[in-house]
Design a protein around this ligand. Structure first.
Ligand code: UN1
Length: 500
């Protein structure tokens, strides 16, 4: 499908596509595909006020009823999967299968949230006082601002929106300026769901704001937006997090990763090679979970690098719309320049580079296509410790598992990690308190491509937030501890006596 057909299939109107000033480019060939309307900073107070008004109504609806809206959203996403997936390909440059996979991730979180809407469990706690009952209840928190990145332009919004909605919170979404079209398309799908759901959905329950830093800033600064869920660079999170906390809001941060795989002597190398290639070059290395560091035991390092170099040499790079392509373009030329610059820095630190060159033949002209790079490093240098959003895989060696874990943890980020081993002692040590320090730690699976059922996020400069599955929903609600006295006495806790 050409650009025009992909856009036409989404049903976006001429006004939505070309009614504004923010130019949108396709990473496929750098072509301008739209000029969308930006939200003015002066409109933000009204947007936030609307969200607060929506909160007053939405929080009163029983959670299972709120879940019904998310159930319908899941249905609408199923019906639009192909068109939305294709738009992700057009606007973010993902290969077809990954574009569709992203929409599937949205459907999955909707299913998860529908079930959750009949749970949102609290606790009962044994009280030390006779005739007393102690319990814990979860209540809606208020508007949730969602700041999302270009690389998962729709799924990350849905992780937040599906949970926030069942938890009773309205949503204000600020997508990346690079991917507003997929956001507009999601809003159309959301609007269809709201219409089917009926009058119980207050106006302004889910709103989209498009624009740059000043739009995000309005959300970050407002006391009326108690939750800010931000996904993106550590630099961005370092600004957003403290500002939200300074006004007593709750940040949920999902920032940079520098994900590693340890390959032990016993590893199934066939499986490891496949896992490495998918996680290092899939999405052109532009997932926050992409594999960036390979820590291979000295006894197998050389063989592994040889096998990887061979696999890398045959990878189909090109137009992400073609079903045979595995590596599409980087998001833009700036991303490619940063990749090339990092490779030069690594070289200066003693790195031995294979691949990593610009590709201009058999690819659409105008896009930023690159060969993925394999960079063997003498040690973990400063450049290796930085996250570069591109397909660069640094290879390091180790002798003992202890050393491997030390290298794995010796970076500022703490998102995802994994070990390939058939040795249960090694696997369990890696997952133990003295093992990986990351939010995600896998065995015989690469670091990327997590399912929605688990909590997603990581430690250190990754920001500490958790989104998606498990009990991440608690981040979208406020906790209330209640003690009820149904006796006719008034005993005090801790045995305190205060007789009048
Ligand atoms: C991201 O890159 O921001 O685990 C999210 C994964 C995907 C989500 C990535 N399920 O790779």
């Amino acid at each position: 499908m050409n650009h025009h057909d992909i856009l036409a299939a989404t049903g976006l109107s001429e006004q939505e596509l070309n009614g504004g000033t923010l130019a949108v480019f396709s990473p496929i060939d750098g072509a301008e595909i739209a000029k969308v309307k930006e939200t003015a900073a002066s409109e933000m107070p009204a947007v936030i006020a609307k969200s607060q008004a929506a909160f007053k109504a939405w929080r009163k609806l029983p959670a299972p009823r709120r879940g019904e809206l998310v159930r319908i959203l899941g249905e609408e996403l199923r019906a639009s999967k192909k068109e939305l997936g294709a738009l992700v390909t057009l606007e973010a440059g993902k290969i077809v299968s990954e574009g569709l996979g992203e929409v599937q991730e949205m459907i999955d979180i909707c299913d998860f949230a529908v079930g959750l809407s009949r749970q949102l469990y609290g606790l009962t706690i044994a009280s030390e006082r006779p005739g007393h009952k102690m319990s814990e209840t979860w209540h809606p928190m208020g508007p949730c601002g969602v700041i999302s990145a270009f690389n998962f332009p729709v799924a990350v919004w849905s992780w937040n929106a599906a949970l926030a909605l069942v938890c009773g919170d309205p949503v204000i979404w600020k997508p990346s300026e690079k991917t507003p079209l997929t956001a507009i398309a999601c809003m159309k799908i959301m609007d269809r769901a709201v219409k089917r759901f009926g009058a119980d959905a207050p106006e302004g329950l889910v709103q989209l704001v498009i624009g740059g830093a000043e739009i995000g800033e309005a959300l970050v600064a407002s006391k009326d937006v108690p939750i800010i869920s931000a996904t993106g660079s550590t630099r961005m999170g370092g600004i957003v997090g403290p500002k939200v906390m300074a006004r007593w809001g709750r940040p949920i941060l999902e920032l940079g990763g520098n994900n590693a795989m340890i390959v032990a002597p016993s590893a199934d190398l066939d499986m490891a090679v496949r896992a490495i290639v998918f996680s290092a070059v899939g999405t052109a290395g532009q997932r926050c979970t992409s594999l960036r560091r390979l820590i291979a035991h000295h006894s197998i390092r050389e063989e592994l690098v040889e096998r990887l170099a061979k696999a890398y040499a045959s990878l189909p790079i090109g137009d992400p719309r073609q079903s045979t392509t595995l590596i599409g373009p980087l998001v833009d030329h700036g991303a490619r320049d940063r990749m090339l610059a990092q490779i030069e820095k690594a070289k200066a630190e003693g790195g031995k580079v294979q691949g990593g060159r610009t590709v201009t033949t058999n690819v659409p002209q105008g896009g930023a296509y690159v060969e993925p790079a394999l960079v063997e490093m003498p040690r973990q240098t400063d450049t290796v410790r930085e996250e570069t959003f591109a397909p660069i895989l640094y290879v390091l060696g180790y002798d003992t598992l202890e050393e491997a874990i030390e290298i794995q943890n010796d970076v500022p980020q703490g998102l995802s990690s994994c070990i390939f081993t058939l040795n249960v002692r090694e696997a369990e040590t890696f997952l133990s308190a003295v093992g990986s320090d990351c939010g995600i730690a896998n065995v015989n699976i690469g670091p990327s491509g997590a399912e929605i059922g688990g909590a997603f996020g990581g430690e250190k400069e990754t920001g500490g937030g958790r989104e998606s599955g498990s009990d991440a929903w608690k981040g979208y609600m406020r906790r209330q501890t209640s003690t009820v006295n149904y006796s006719s006495e008034l005993p005090l806790a801790q045995g305190v006596k205060f007789d009048l």
